[in-house]
Design a protein around this ligand. Structure first.
Ligand code: CDP
Length: 784
């Protein structure tokens, strides 16, 4: 591609350059920075109605707007066979532009292409759409009744999408019935949105060779390439997907959105490049939502607190299309991790999902597919059980933890946990936070009527999707890959099928190569996100990068080392068996003075390889034998103002065990970021809909994102239990803080309110909600 392209320099200073504008990641190059000659802008017409018949679309006024070049509708796309696109987990399909009716507010209805962004927006406003409103289904419990069927396009005339279950239904029911103690609680994980810093966007362009050049905010560029080939019929070699810096993803940038398809269709039909960049409101109202799980949790236990059974029945709200990108065998994701860190002898979990008139939801927001929901449910429920039994929440957990000697541990819901030392992690956390002193302080405060709470969450995750025998997306197995090339001077490049969105792969991938090969990490370039150069992979989400690509890198580096050993033997004039890798260099066994560094061997690989294959590179595709199971103990300490309901998070400690840590600073950064998101979800974030299906949180004044002023101070520590099957013993970590923290916050709030008889509040635990709970409790007391 040629042209006058504005890119952003590494220090954020805009600069012009006349050259191939391929993005160099980590340098601050976003899709919106890309400008091509003759480029058009796309704006989408969106429905104000959550559910309405489309009586007609009149584009004549829009076409009169200066600068507007074309308008396309759902009918145009349908005629081209592109009316619907398959969603990633294969259970459903989604309209690109509305056909026949709209199913959620802000749904895409028409696409306007214009010379400038302003003209495209003006053109979209001028499109006249005649809607006939239909009855709205705003929650999954109404959807269950099937009084209004939302999706007549489907064979099955019901709003029910799927039923999924795991575990032993009968034995669980029997065990619950036989348990001396039992709790049950409906726990709702509200609908929330990943809200990445940069919204979604793309530039689509067919170059002089007729090849689609597609620059897009994608967490999984290779999957996009294959999906585009399958959906559009364009041969896969004629599609080049480049995913530049994303400005955050958090699962929001996994699905393929209508704007992308419209940009490609526009570029093809009009013959000019097309850019689509969504607005914040478009991002918050129409792209991948998360959670919205209504979970009925029951736990049975002995009188002294040994758990006997767990049953969870979930009603899930998936919105108008089932846009979750879950692996195809897992429609409810990895919700089976709901037994958590505890040795439940028997369990049963089931999920029933429904369509509603809301934006498509169910994506894995910083979560390994429904793991956050599961973790929140079990960690809240364990606190409720502790309350019921009158046992300290810490002691209840300690009593029921899977013990270190039980790993690899087969859980009642089918996972084999790889490793962990839950007791140790708990002990480190209790010691660091000063648990006993806090309990004493709480006692004194309670005596004075003050509300202080200590909340604990001892979660286990399942990340690293995944082993090909279980995991695929659209049939594509979820392995990942790495390619390493070492140049003659000992510098090198590593490319993977993953795609960083700010997780720092540029640093940690270079570290793995450097560690395995004894090279300087500063001289290892990391490149991801370009389907022409990177080996095939399934992308970055669900904390899968380290467990999959991280492993592939280590193994590819070991292959490079084996090739280098042969060349070293040639140069050192000994047999290969006489060469050993010691202290980051090859040396002749027993002769420490006869040694060669990898840098020296690299030079020889291109100048003096002998009979060996010249060059120094390797590619590795890695199919993990199991998932990894990171875990942690999080403790929150809160104080609540009785008069205003204000919750102050006084302390928050996160002790994580993600196996071997590649880079402590990056891991700490991941934890800080995820805790801040968990804090936001616990206390302030909910995408709310009114009973008529209107979205009430369309911008950042209604959907709150915490700044440094609101965010608590985070204390962190870690324990290390290596994963036994990962080549360097690492587990994923990126999602742990978002998975583990909401329960710690809410448990702390409920603990603070427990003297008032409050047993549960759903998130977000806003000041108003807390204030009402206090007021109601006081009113109850007054009446008593
Ligand atoms: O898939 P994603 O990159 O979001 O998650 P991850 O695999 O948990 O990795 C997040 C970041 O933390 C990456 O830069 C990892 O290499 C780094 N990390 C680490 O340094 N040590 C670990 N044990 C796990 C992750």
């Amino acid at each position: 591609m040629t042209g006058d392209t504005t890119v952003r320099g590494s220090v954020g200073v805009p600069m012009k350059r006349k050259e191939d504008p391929r993005f160099i990641q980590g340098k601050g190059h976003y899709v919106d920075d890309l400008s091509l000659p003759g480029m058009l802008y796309l704006s989408l017409v969106r429905s104000p109605y959550p559910h309405a018949e489309l009586k007609g679309i009149d584009i004549s006024e829009a076409m009169k707007v200066p600068g507007v070049v074309a308008v396309i509708t759902g009918k145009d796309l349908e005629a081209a066979g592109l009316g619907w696109l398959p969603t990633f987990h294969g259970f459903d399909k989604q309209m690109v532009l509305a056909i026949g009716k709209v199913l959620f507010q802000y749904q895409e209805v028409a696409a306007v292409f214009a010379e400038t962004r302003g003209a495209a927006v003006d053109g979209a406003e001028a499109v006249q759409v005649d809607y006939a409103p239909l009855p709205v289904v705003a929650d999954p419990f109404t959807a269950k009744t099937d009084r209004v069927i939302l999706r007549p396009d489907r064979e099955s005339k019901t709003n029910h999408i799927f039923h999924w279950e795991v575990g032993d239904r009968d034995k669980t029911a029997q065990a619950l019935d036989a348990s001396p103690k039992r709790i049950s609680q409906r726990i709702w994980f509200q609908r929330c949105h990943p809200a990445p810093l940069e919204p979604c966007g793309c530039v689509a362009h067919f170059d002089a060779m007729g090849r689609l050049q597609f620059y897009v905010t994608s967490q999984a560029p290779h999957v996009y390439r294959t999906a585009l080939a399958l959906v559009t019929g364009i041969p896969e070699d004629k599609i080049h997907v480049v995913s530049p810096d994303l400005g955050g993803g958090f699962g929001n940038k996994v699905p393929v959105y209508p704007g992308y398809v419209c940009a490609i269709v526009g570029a093809l039909k009009i013959g000019r490049p097309v850019k689509w960049i969504e607005t914040r409101t478009e991002n918050l109202t129409s792209t991948g939502f998360a959670r919205d799980y209504h979970m009925d949790v029951e736990i049975g236990a002995t009188a002294d607190g040994k758990v006997t059974a767990l049953r969870v029945r979930t009603t899930a709200d998936h919105g108008a299309f089932d846009a979750a990108a879950d692996p195809s065998k897992y429609p409810a994701g990895l919700f089976g991790i709901v037994t958590g860190s505890y040795g439940f002898p028997v369990a049963h979990a089931e999920v029933d999902a429904y369509f509603t008139n809301k934006a498509p939801g169910g994506i894995a927001y910083r979560c390994s597919f429904r793991v956050t929901e599961a973790s929140y449910a079990i960690e809240r429920a364990m606190d409720i059980l502790a309350d019921e039994l009158g046992i300290d929440a810490v002691e209840l957990r300690r009593k029921n933890f899977v013990r270190k000697d039980q790993f690899p541990y087969p859980s009642a819901l089918g996972f084999t946990y790889d490793s962990g030392d839950y007791h140790k992690t708990l002990d480190v956390a209790l010691e660091k936070i000063g648990y006993q002193a806090l309990l004493e302080e709480q006692k004194q405060k309670r005596a004075k009527g003050e509300l202080m709470g200590i909340g604990i969450s001892t979660f286990t995750e399942v990340v690293g999707a995944g082993p090909s025998k279980h995991f695929d997306i659209l049939g594509i197995k979820m392995f990942d890959s790495a390619e390493i090339r070492i140049h003659p001077t000992g510098a090198g490049i590593v490319r993977t099928g993953t795609k960083s969105q700010g997780q720092g792969h540029e640093t940690t991938w270079a570290q793995i190569v450097a560690e395995e090969l004894g090279l300087d990490p500063q001289t290892i370039m990391v490149e991801e996100g370009d389907t022409d150069t990177a080996p095939y992979g399934l992308g970055t989400y669900a904390s899968r990068s380290t467990p999959t690509a991280g492993a592939a890198i280590a193994m590819a580096a070991r292959r490079v080392r084996e090739r280098a050993r042969k060349i070293a033997a040639h140069v050192l004039e000994v047999g290969e068996a006489d060469v050993e890798w010691k202290d980051y260099a090859f040396q002749v066994k027993g002769v420490p003075t006869k040694r060669l560094t990898m840098k020296e061997v690299a030079f020889a690989a291109y100048t003096n390889p002998g009979q060996n294959e010249p060059g120094l590179e390797a590619t590795q595709y890695y199919d993990p034998p199991n998932m990894t199971f990171p875990n942690g103990t999080y403790i929150a300490v809160v104080e609540i103002d009785r008069d205003t309901g204000e919750v102050r998070v006084r302390r928050f400690l996160a002790v994580d065990d993600c196996g071997v840590v590649i880079n402590p600073m990056i891991v700490e950064g991941q934890i800080h970021g995820g805790l801040t998101e968990g804090f936001a979800i616990a206390f302030m974030q909910e995408i709310q809909y009114d009973k008529d299906g209107n979205n009430l949180n369309t911008n950042f004044t209604d959907y709150l994102v915490p700044t440094s002023l609101e965010s608590p101070h985070w204390e962190t520590a870690n324990t290390v239990t290596p994963s036994p099957h990962h080549p360097i013993g690492a587990k994923g970590v990126g999602e742990s803080p978002n998975v583990g923290s909401p329960a710690a916050f809410v448990n702390a709030v409920i603990d603070a309110l427990s003297p008032l008889g409050v047993r549960h509040l759903d998130m977000p635990v806003t000041r108003e909600k807390v204030w009402r709970a206090i007021r109601d409790a006081e009113a109850r007391k007054g009446r008593a």
